[in-house]
Design a protein around this ligand. Sequence first.
Ligand code: ZN
Length: 109
Amino acid sequence: MPKKRCPKCESINTQRYGSYQTKSLKASGKRQRRMQRYYCLDCHTSFSERAEAKSTKRYEPSLILKAADLYFNAEASYRAVGRQLHIRPYQLFLWINELSKKAASPLRK
Ligand SMILES: [Zn+2]
């Protein structure tokens, strides 16, 4: 198990500090996931492992906004927007899903 780097002081002088369960609501239903907690021995802060790389991690926010803009305003399909921006249609689907959860869009339903 590699040492975790403290997000605050960047020390690797950290140790495991128990774990806890989180519940997240997915399209497929409720899911539980175990989160590992860590404690930094240098700055005495506890922190937790980041939830696994979010699907948006590798993408610029501006790209996501552009994709959403195209999708909603140009009424393009996932496939068409995906082709235009060189992203997978499924990736776009995830973004749109995420965005529509944050702001209930009047364009849906
Ligand atoms: Zn620290």
